[in-house]
Each structure stands twice: as structure tokens, then as C-alpha cells.
Design a binder for this molecule. Structure first.
Ligand SMILES: Nc1ncnc2c1ncn2[C@@H]1O[C@H](COP(=O)(O)OP(=O)(O)OP(=O)(O)O)[C@@H](O)[C@H]1O
Ligand SMILES: [Mg+2]
Length: 410
């Protein structure tokens, strides 16, 4: 038996209250508005709130209050407009009013089934790769997308998650809708202990590619929604991703500052919690810097913070946008020498400046693998993936093209 709170017009409320009782559930609260439900949600001991998808009954604040109280929120929609309203607020748990109680039961049964033993059959074997880098747009998102695409092209199951609480951008880069941010939705389910691999597949959007598609959990288009990505929820979501796919690639924001050092409120939400949690949970961190004097100096300073924050020893340094015009003659030698001398960093991976490749990909909403498969940047990312992230085993002999062999030597 579940306990329900209702907030909806009287005619709907009577119908749902009757059906809930008929199915052996208890209604513990009938609220007349979102603010009333928000203020009483915690004390009412409800597991689930059923609310009409109208501004009077469903608001951002109510979602935050239910998240906080661990109450699962289900929107009841009567029209297409109401459906859009709930989706715009990032809700995935939606039932049609005309479908009545069977739809609510089906949704709850789905969650129960997916939290059963089957969903963990795969075991928590998936690897987590966090792509991090300092401010100044060194190319974190571009590299994260390119890595996900390469892993998928190698035949692995892959999810790409936008964890950037300052400027999410995976959805526009891949030409996807981001009205209902998938990562925030996953975090919401994590907050009510109902996130499973099956739910992740329901929430995720699919990037389709002839050489290997992957799942995408889009980020929060409105940066003001960052409190939804708390450390605990992000941690639980990442942990569930290990059950879901072989590799989860996380695109993080740059700042790893601990907000508690700049606020006295220990319980306040922390904007950098998502990035900090991602680099702490990762099995492998890809640290991306921009290969020019300013970018490298920023990188070297921030890299120290990264090493203080992350727990993994697998940190690969990637210098992106490598070009002689910004680093001088012999850019490879110059960059390697600077990183070694000032940061003790050896064997960086270098990705060439490749404007036609990346611009062409973003313009078409595609990955480098699909839009510019022979571009120099794509070959460098493939080299990074096969050498550091998913080395080919003996039973899968490497199939390198002449192009990539030249790149490895050069
Ligand atoms: N190797 C490259 N060569 C040329 N352009 C590149 C390269 N890598 C990335 N870019 C371009 O640099 C710009 C910034 O890249 P991206 O958005 O990936 O950076 P970011 O670090 O994620 O920035 P943000 O701080 O906005 O999250 C984009 O226009 C992208 O196409
Ligand atoms: Mg980015």
C-alpha cells in the first residue's frame, strides 16, 4: 500500500481518491494548491503526490519541496498543453487523466519491476569517465561527445551525461531537445530511491549513428535549476549508470571549489557539487586544457585542484586545439615540455586545432565520427580512447588506418 497526496480540481480529486481507496491505497493529504502541498508534503507522510499539471497545482517550488521530502511526484494531464507544461518542468512521471488509476498503477508497477533483481543482473560493471577542464571553454563538451561516440563505435554501450551546472550544452551540440533535462530527471528519481537502469533508458534520449549510437542524458538548460543536482543525487545517478551501460561519459563544469569554504550554511545546496561528485566517482578523469599560453597557464593552476579533489589515479591530460600559431614552432614539443616542467605532467594527449571538423559537426548536430570521420581531431580522440580508455584486447586486433598510424607517430 502506498500513501498519496492529491492536488487537483475537485472533480478529478474525487475520481482519483475513490480509485486509490478502491485499490487499497490511502490518501493522506488533499491540498488545494501547489504552495499548500509544498508546505505540507514533508509532514503528511505521503510517498507519492498526484497533481494536476496546471500552474495552480504544479510549480518549480513544489517539485523542489517533493524532491527534498523524498515524495515521488506524478503529473496528471488532461490536454496536450498540460503535457507540455509538465515536460517543461522536467517531469517524466506523467499520466493521462482519462487513463485513470490503471495508468498510475502501471507507472508504479514499472518502477517496482525495474528495481527488482533483473535490473541489477548486469552488475555494477560500467566504467565512469569524467571529462573536466578549467574555465575558458577548452573543449570539455566537444571532447566528451567525441569520446562517447568513439566508445560507441567500438561496440560498447555508452551514455553521455551533461553534468555541467554552469552551462549545459550537449543537447544543442547534438541537435537534441533539452526542455526536459534528462540528467535532472534521473537525479529526481534518485532522490526518491526509484532510479534504475530501466528508468534511465526511459529518460535517456538516443543519439542515432550508423556506426554506433549512444544514450544522452541532457543537462539543465536553465542554469538556475542547479540545486536539483545535489551531491547525493548525482552520486546515486552515477552509481546507477554503472548498472546501465558499459561506459558513462560525464561532461562536467570547470569549478571544483568547495562552496562550503565560501558559505557558512553547511546545509545549503552547492553549485559545484555535481562536478566535484563526478570527478570523485570517476574511474578515469580526462583533464582537458586549451593548448595556448593562457589556456595552459589556467590548466596548470586548476590541475592542482583536480588532483586534490579526485580519488582516481587514472587522470589523462588532453591538450586541445593544438596549433603552431598559438604555441610556436614544434607545438608538440613545446606543450610537452611546459606541462612536464611546470606541472610534472608526462605523456599528454594532443588534439589538433580542427575548426572545419568541429564546426561541421556542431552545424549538423552530429559527432565527429559521423560528420568528419577522417578529420585530424577525430583520429586523435580515437587514439585517446583506444590507448587509455578502452584498449583493444588480444581477441580484437586493432584495425588502425594508415592515417591514424601516421598520427600516432607524429
Ligand atoms: N580541437 C578543436 N579545434 C577547433 N575548435 C574546437 C576544438 N575543440 C573544441 N572546439 C570548439 O571550441 C568551442 C568550445 O568548445 P566546448 O563547448 O566543447 O568547450 P567547453 O570547455 O565545454 O566550454 P564551456 O565552458 O562552455 O562548457 C566550440 O566552438 C568547439 O567547437
Ligand atoms: Mg561545455
Amino acid at each position: 500500500m502506498a500513501t498519496f497526496a492529491l492536488a487537483m480540481p475537485v472533480n478529478l480529486e474525487d475520481k482519483f481518491a475513490f480509485d486509490a481507496a478502491h485499490h487499497g491505497h490511502e490518501i493522506v493529504l488533499r491540498a488545494v494548491s501547489a504552495p499548500e502541498l509544498a508546505s505540507r508534503a514533508a509532514g503528511a507522510q505521503a510517498n507519492i503526490a498526484l497533481v494536476a499539471s496546471e500552474a495552480r497545482y504544479l510549480t518549480d517550488r513544489l517539485i523542489a519541496a517533493c524532491d527534498h521530502a523524498g515524495v515521488r511526484l506524478i503529473a496528471v494531464v488532461s490536454t496536450e498543453r498540460e503535457q507540455r507544461y509538465a515536460s517543461d518542468l522536467g517531469l517524466y512521471d506523467i499520466v493521462e487523466a482519462t487513463a485513470g488509476w490503471p495508468a498510475v498503477d502501471a507507472l508504479l508497477a514499472h518502477a517496482q519491476r525495474s528495481s527488482g533483481p533483473d535490473s541489477s543482473e548486469r552488475g555494477a560493471r560500467g566504467q565512469i569517465i569524467a571529462v573536466w577542464g578549467p574555465g575558458g571553454a577548452p573543449g570539455r563538451t566537444s571532447v566528451a561527445i567525441a569520446i562517447a561516440a568513439e566508445l560507441a563505435a567500438l561496440g560498447h554501450s555508452v551514455a553521455l551525461a551533461d553534468v555541467d551546472t554552469h552551462g549545459a550544452s550537449i543537447a544543442p551540440a547534438l541537435g537534441m531537445l533539452d526542455e526536459a533535462p534528462g540528467f535532472a530527471a534521473a537525479c529526481r528519481l534518485a532522490g526518491t530511491d526509484t532510479l534504475t537502469a530501466v528508468e534511465l533508458a526511459r529518460i535517456g534520449q538516443r543519439y542515432e549513428s550508423p556506426v554506433g549510437g549512444f544514450w544522452v542524458l541532457t543537462g539543465i538548460g536553465r542554469p538556475s535549476r542547479w540545486p536539483e543536482l545535489s551531491a547525493e543525487r548525482v552520486g546515486t545517478t552515477i552509481a546507477q549508470c554503472r548498472h546501465w551501460v558499459d561506459y558513462t561519459v560525464l561532461d562536467t563544469s570547470s569549478s571544483l571549489e568547495n562552496d562550503e569554504e565560501i558559505t557558512s550554511d553547511l546545509f545549503a545546496p552547492r553549485r559545484n557539487a555535481a562536478a566535484v561528485t563526478a570527478v570523485c566517482a570517476a574511474d578515469h578523469v580526462i583533464a582537458v586544457g586549451s593548448a595556448d599560453p593562457v589556456g595552459m597557464s589556467r590548466f596548470l593552476r586548476a590541475h592542482v585542484d583536480l588532483l586534490d579533489t579526485t580519488t582516481t589515479r587514472n587522470v589523462s591530460v588532453v591538450m586541445n586545439k593544438v596549433r603552431a600559431s598559438a604555441s610556436g614552432m614544434n607545438p608538440h614539443g613545446q606543450i610537452a615540455q611546459t606541462l612536464s616542467r611546470f606541472g610534472g605532467i608526462e605523456h599528454p594527449i594532443l588534439i589538433p586545432h580542427d575548426l572545419p571538423g568541429f564546426d561541421g559537426a556542431v552545424l549538423r548536430g552530429k559527432t565527429l565520427v559521423d560528420a568528419a570521420p577522417r578529420s585530424p581531431a577525430r583520429l586523435a580522440v580515437r587514439q585517446l580512447v583506444t590507448s587509455r580508455l578502452a584498449p583493444e584486447t588480444d581477441d580484437q586486433p586493432p584495425r588502425r588506418s594508415l592515417f591514424s598510424r601516421m598520427l600516432v607517430r607524429g
